[in-house]
Design a protein around this ligand. Structure first.
Ligand SMILES: Cc1ncc(COP(=O)(O)O)c(C=O)c1O
Length: 359
């Protein structure tokens, strides 16, 4: 068996039980799962495509790839041919399997941020490679690295990497023969700062060589339950990934492809969802600050990265005693041991309950 870390969420169970004991019920801000309805246009598209007896294509329909390329152009200033888009069964499977799909293995390092979504580490281990968390690429010296992950806006911290920073990552990677995979699943949720794609000409100078941008419909369109994402970028890498994914049966269901194309074409529902998150963030943030938490980074994305200066598990307990469940920062790396991650993915009613309890 492959050695994987314990599933960290199991460690939170006793504190979840504590929060659930609150007389007015738990406010669960520990996970970033959407709670608002799937947009009507998306549900209709799924229903209309439900008569789907045959196998879908791993490459997806041209309609879907064109919608993804159109969205990248319209919303993010990225110009790319629809041929260079590949559908994913949610972005998590891709994060977990990319090192394996690229043939990365024993004796090689997969690099990802010090504070990070845990699946980058898992993906390295599944491939038999060495997971390596660092924010300092230059400290790696002349070593050839096959794969570097970046994630902006960041889960958990909501930090945005400016174009200038990403440019340096791209030029370092090109010198070291590394593929840069940029996890951009929160890119539409910029608040005080606007995130930029690794594929934007200001970052990559117009060439997508060695670059992959990973996108998800889970947060933008409340489609986490549909499992819908895509990867776009370097034509040669996309074709290589397509070949392996065809053999491995990594195919997105046809009705989901149809629903995802409609979601990507429609900005209205995404704006409505953004406004919901903005309103929740606007009330929760000052309530946490007034209760003694300092908010760091968090200029984009779905989370408030907060600290009251004590150990993260102590903070989780303090909030659980008020019936509010949050995630301890050490789930995302040692660098998170003095922080908690607070998601704004709860209903308006539950967010108001949290605000009252913090007073
Ligand atoms: C940084 C990051 N990447 C990828 C994912 C996976 O998203 P999905 O598989 O729903 O597309 C998540 C989910 O929360 C995430 O936070």
């Amino acid at each position: 068996m492959i050695g994987l870390p314990d599933f960290p969420w199991d460690r939170l169970t006793p504190l979840k039980t504590l929060a659930q004991a609150h007389p007015d019920g738990i406010v669960d801000l520990s996970v970033g799962t959407p709670v608002d309805p799937v947009p009507a246009v998306v549900r209709q598209a799924l229903a209309d495509a439900s008569d789907s007896p045959g196998y879908p294509l791993t490459y997806g329909t041209e309609r879907l790839r064109s919608a993804a390329a159109g969205w990248l152009r319209r919303r993010h200033g990225v110009v790319l041919d629809q041929a260079n888009v590949l559908p994913l069964i949610g972005s998590k499977e891709f994060v977990a399997w990319l090192p394996t799909l690229l043939g990365v293995g024993r004796g090689q390092r997969v690099v990802f941020p010090e504070l990070a979504y845990p699946t980058y580490d898992v993906g390295a281990r599944l491939a038999g490679a060495e997971p390596y968390a660092t924010d300092g690429l230059f400290a790696l010296g002349p070593e050839q690295v096959p794969l570097v992950w970046v994630n902006s806006p960041s889960n958990p911290s909501g930090k945005v990497l400016p174009a200038e920073h990403l440019r340096k990552v791209v030029s370092w990677a090109r010198e070291h023969g590394a593929v840069v995979a940029s996890d951009e699943c929160y890119i539409e949720l910029g608040w005080e700062e606007q995130p930029v794609s690794i594929l934007h000409p200001d970052v990559c100078g117009g060439s997508h060589e060695g670059l992959l941008a990973v996108h998800s419909l889970s947060k933008r369109s409340n489609m986490a339950g549909y499992r819908a994402g895509f990867v776009a970028g370097d034509p040669a890498l996309i074709q290589r990934l397509l070949e392996v994914r065809k053999h491995a049966g990594m195919l997105m269901p046809g009705p989901v492809q149809a629903a995802m194309a409609v979601a990507l074409d429609d900005d209205e529902h995404a704006e409505e969802q953004r406004a919901r998150y903005a309103a929740r963030r606007e009330v929760l943030r000052p309530a946490l600050e007034a209760a003694g938490w300092r908010i760091e980074h968090s200029t984009a994305g779905l989370y408030l990265w907060a600290s009251d200066g004590t150990d993260c598990w102590k903070q989780v307990r303090t909030l659980a005693e008020k019936g509010i469940l949050v995630a301890p920062g050490d789930f995302y790396g040692k660098a998170g041991s003095a922080h908690v991650r607070i998601a704004v993915t709860a209903s308006d009613e539950r967010i108001s309950a949290a605000v009252r309890r913090l007073q």
